[in-house]
Every structure is written in structure tokens, then in C-alpha cells.
Design a binder for this molecule. Structure first.
Ligand SMILES: [Zn+2]
Length: 218
């Protein structure tokens, strides 16, 4: 697969510009026509991987005004990290040479709310009300992130956007998800340490449509 070398800062700039168009109502819907469809039919070279919440209100291709072949998207509720997520991101890094992984969370995240509820129950000392199916594992993973306070240091340098904001639980969860991807994937960590891959995280505001990108480190 031919890959046009692109640096992480260019990827971040494209994401930021696309989101600015989306938030201001000036979307272009690029790379959505037949020419593009045929052009990418023989191979893909996405300019970034986005690991986002599965929430129906946060579709990466739409909020970044991107089209076919632009983004390699991995999604799970609350940016829960498990093997399918790690393998998918590793594919993007190892096989597609994406220069950037952006972890995208959002305010008003139901998975974060479930974790907060679990933490509140624990703090109260009352018997826990378990969630059905695998949902409890989701709430547990996010509550561990929030409880650990990890990722705090990563929010100090907003690269492209507004002044720093107070860190919300959604932002804390998103920063921690990024750290977790690195901690659990030696392949991704090695690519980052070799200078071939940048990681950043971002928070999407459901009302304004704006993404605040933070913490592209080093
Ligand atoms: Zn969510």
C-alpha cells in the first residue's frame, strides 16, 4: 500500500481544520465522490487513526469533515481498551503507518457517567448494583482510570486550540485511555519512541461541535 509520508503535526492540522469547518457549518464533505471511491479501492493510506467513543453523536468522519480513506477509526463505548481495540490500532500503525493516533472522548459520555455512579456507590458503602452483561467491566475500567487520576499531566499543553480548561471527568478518562493504549501495546509504544507515531487526545463538545485537542506530547 503506497503511503504518502505525512507528519503528525499535519495530521493534527487537518483534523483541526476539518472540525473548524464542521463547527462553523462550512463543511466540504471531501473525498466522498466516485473518483475518491475508485481511487482508494486498491489501497488505503489514512492520515490519522482516531480511537473514539461509540456514542452516535460523535462520528469522527463527520466531526472532522473527512471522507473515504481519510481516517482509520476504532470505536468503543467510553474508549474502553481491550484486545480488539489494540489490534486495530496496531494494524493502523504497523500496516498503514499512520503518523497519529487521536483518542477522542466527549462531554456527556454515558460510559463515564456509569463509572461515576459505580464510584459513588462504592464511596457510600452500600451494596453495589451490578450492571448487566459486560457493562460492569466497562464501568470498572473507567472508574479505575478516574480513580487513578492518570493522564492529568497530559492536559497541560493544548496544541492547537483554546486556553487550558479545568479537566472534566470525560477529559480525564480520555487522557487515561491514551495512556492505557501506550501501556498495553509495546508495538505502539515502540513506534512512538522511534518518532514514527504521535499520540494525542481530544474532547468533543456535543453542543458546539468543537473538538479541543490536547497533549500531543514531545
Ligand atoms: Zn461516550
Amino acid at each position: 500500500m503506497a503511503h504518502t509520508a505525512i507528519h503528525a503535526h499535519e495530521s493534527l492540522a487537518r483534523l483541526s481544520e476539518g472540525n473548524a469547518r464542521f463547527a462553523s457549518g462550512t463543511t466540504r464533505h471531501p473525498h466522498s465522490d466516485e473518483d475518491r471511491r475508485l481511487g482508494v479501492s486498491s489501497g488505503q493510506a489514512p492520515f490519522a487513526a482516531v480511537f473514539s467513543c461509540a456514542d452516535s453523536r460523535v462520528p469522527p468522519e463527520i466531526v472532522f469533515d473527512c471522507g473515504l480513506g481519510d481516517l482509520f477509526v476504532v470505536r468503543s463505548a467510553g474508549q474502553m481498551v481491550e484486545n480488539a481495540v489494540l489490534a486495530s490500532l496496531e494494524f493502523a500503525v504497523h500496516e498503514l503507518s499512520v503518523p497519529l493516533i487521536l483518542v477522542l472522548g466527549h462531554e456527556g459520555c454515558g460510559a463515564v457517567a456509569a463509572a461515576e455512579s459505580l464510584m459513588a456507590q462504592r464511596a457510600s458503602g452500600a451494596p453495589l448494583v451490578l450492571l448487566p452483561g459486560h457493562l460492569n467491566a466497562l464501568a470498572e475500567q473507567i472508574s479505575r482510570r478516574l480513580g487513578a487520576g492518570s493522564g492529568e499531566a497530559h492536559l497541560k499543553t493544548p496544541a492547537l486550540t483554546d486556553a487550558p480548561r479545568p479537566m472534566t471527568q470525560a477529559a480525564r478518562n480520555t487522557a487515561a485511555a491514551r495512556a492505557e493504549v501506550c501501556a498495553r501495546s509495546p508495538l505502539i509504544r515502540a513506534a512512538h519512541e522511534a518518532g514514527d507515531l504521535e499520540l494525542a487526545h481530544a474532547i468533543y463538545d456535543l453542543e458546539t461541535g468543537r473538538v479541543t485537542i490536547s497533549g500531543a506530547e514531545n
